[in-house]
Design a protein around this ligand. Structure first.
Ligand code: SAM
Ligand code: DTB
Ligand code: SF4
Length: 322
């Protein structure tokens, strides 16, 4: 084996360089999966996958310009906007998700960030969902001083806020908030003592080096996130990224493996884009170290495999859900 490659994967750097992660991504596929498996088995039950269910509590009409997102008001997609769901609707959906086997319930809102009056309503949702015995997660956009603390007090276990891509590619996708804004929100979440759920999207036309750049950013957060969602772009007609050349699925699997190797203890989530993946590709993602999925037939606004299909896949693979 090439000596420099063996160096990058045998030592555990205190900070990952983009070049080191690129060297991982450049490995022969089998070698990369093998490395990921070794780490995965050292830190996790290799046959257990965690289930999170998503709900969109406020849909569409978002003022931001994220080029991938069907919920941005400025793009003409066929999505119907929906004002905030009632507390009862959220509780009923959470109860059903729990009955189906989900252990975490994630509430998303199409906001640049929550207004103070939104925090009150969301806090009620969080405490009610938590009272059902589910882990709680929310993704509400950028947080202002004090808001993370209020959410934590309501019982929020995880806050999801993605870096989305590498700093050098970011400006191609989003202009209405910058990379530092995202890092600042993550800092607020950490300071409030919550778990961080932070990942990104691939398949947006970025280079392999940019995928390495995203993983480097995530892995070098101190500490790195507890939960790392890796999304494959779901292309929605009307969004600027619709029509982007699809990412080869092996490249997606490689990204999962790099996340696993660089963030050994994290739950790495095989997130959006599963509906477009065969069972075989999903199985490769689990082999590469993914140990969490979104479960339930809808993500926020787009489709996800039906629970029954996932149950069948888990049965075939001998995977236990947690
Ligand atoms: N509005 C909040 C925000 O952006 O911070 C929270 C909700 S937003 C929809 C959450 C994340 O979903 C985004 O950061 C992005 O990573 C992911 N996402 C949105 N649209 C997507 C798509 N079409 N394909 C894959 N991931 C997507
Ligand atoms: C994340 O990283 N992916 C989820 C969740 N966090 C909020 C969202 C995926 C959204 C896919 C497009 C949609 O359904 O609107
Ligand atoms: Fe708005 Fe979030 Fe969509 Fe960006 S990703 S347009 S902030 S809902």
């Amino acid at each position: 084996m090439n000596q420099s490659v063996s160096d990058v994967i045998s030592i555990k750097p205190s900070a990952w360089t983009v070049a080191q992660i690129e060297a991982l991504l450049d490995l022969p596929f089998g070698d990369l999966i093998h490395r990921a498996q070794l780490i995965h088995r050292q830190y996790h039950d290799a046959n257990a996958v965690q289930l999170s269910t998503l709900i969109s509590v406020k849909t569409g009409g978002c003022p931001e310009d994220c080029g991938y997102c069907p919920q941005a008001a400025r793009y003409h997609t066929s999505l119907e906007d929906q004002e905030m769901l009632s507390l009862t609707e959220v509780i009923d959906t959470a109860r059903a998700a729990k009955a189906q086997g989900a252990s975490r319930f994630c509430m998303g809102a199409a906001w640049r960030g929550p207004k103070q009056r939104d925090i009150g309503k969301i806090s009620e949702m969080i405490s009610s969902v938590k009272a059902l015995g589910l882990e709680t997660c929310a993704t509400l956009g950028m947080l202002k001083q004090g808001q993370a603390e209020q959410l934590r007090q309501a019982g929020l276990d995880y806050y999801n806020h993605n870096l989305d891509t590498a700093p050098e590619f970011y400006g191609e996708v989003i202009t209405t908030r910058d990379y530092q804004d995202r890092l600042d929100t993550l800092e607020q979440v950490r300071a409030a003592g919550m778990n961080v759920c932070c990942g990104g999207i691939v398949g947006m036309g970025e280079s392999r080096q940019a995928r390495a750049g995203l993983i480097a950013q995530l892995a070098n957060l101190k500490p790195y996130p507890e939960s790392v969602p890796i999304n494959n772009l779901v292309q929605v007609a009307g969004t600027p990224l619709h029509g982007t050349e699809a990412l080869d699925h092996f490249e997606f699997v490689r990204t999962i493996a790099a996340a696993r190797i660089t963030m050994p203890k994290a739950m790495v989530r095989l997130s959006a884009g599963r509906q477009e993946m065969s069972e075989a590709v999903q199985a490769l993602c689990f082999l590469a170290g993914a140990n969490s999925i979104f479960y339930g037939e809808k993500l926020l606004t787009t489709g996800n495999p039906e629970s029954q299909r996932d149950d069948n896949l888990f049965k075939k693979l001998g995977i236990r859900s947690i």
